[in-house]
Design a protein around this ligand. Structure first.
Ligand code: FES
Ligand code: FES
Length: 178
């Protein structure tokens, strides 16, 4: 069957088998391997992408079900070489260790902040409650999302860099999309 969807702002049209899962379509057909594949049983949440702005576990969605919809993956978070505040927050607050859960965590955080720009810690924990992190203990993930909430899109990167000496520096873009 032929299907079309928007992925990170680009229109894509492909012939696919109806049984193909969205996670495999994204990784194997589109080569966007920042979307991770973990349990395949709907438990871990590492496969989360945004469909029409809402987090979905892409191992539970047929690619055909995304026909005509808007998909955003971790590769679509940074715009024009500028990290999304969520990505920056994960760097500033050390919200990742192995990074396997991180793309899904960041996309869920982006969706949360889009609907609730100032969540409290409980709301952040509720938002990521369907996603498992085996490394961080979650505290630094919550702090990362709070950092992003305090630095909404458009925040002045240069000013912030001059006044904040607590950042880790480095090239997080590669780390958090790999
Ligand atoms: S791979 Fe989708 S929830 Fe684990
Ligand atoms: S950073 Fe390793 S699973 Fe979350």
């Amino acid at each position: 069957m032929q299907m079309s969807m928007t992925v990170n702002g680009d229109r894509v049209t492909r012939e696919i088998e109806p049984r193909v899962l969205l996670v495999h379509f994204i990784r194997e057909n589109l080569g966007l391997t920042g979307t991770h594949w973990g349990c395949d049983t709907s438990n871990c949440g590492t496969c989360v992408v945004l469909m029409d702005g809402q987090p979905v576990k892409s191992c539970t969605v047929l690619a055909a079900m995304a026909d005509g919809h808007d998909i955003r993956t971790v590769e679509g978070l940074a715009v024009g070489g500028t990290l999304d505040p969520v990505q920056q927050g994960f760097m500033e607050e050390h919200g990742l260790q192995c990074g396997f859960c991180t793309p899904g965590m960041m996309l869920t955080a982006r969706a949360l902040l889009d609907r609730n720009p100032h969540p409290d810690d409980a709301e952040i924990r509720q938002a990521i409650s369907g996603q498992i992190c085996r490394c961080t203990g979650y505290a630094t993930i919550v702090r990362s999302v709070q950092w992003a909430a305090a630095h909404p899109p458009g925040w002045d990167t240069e000013t912030d860099a001059e006044t904040d000496d607590g950042g880790a520096g480095g090239t997080i873009a590669e780390e958090v999309t790999a």
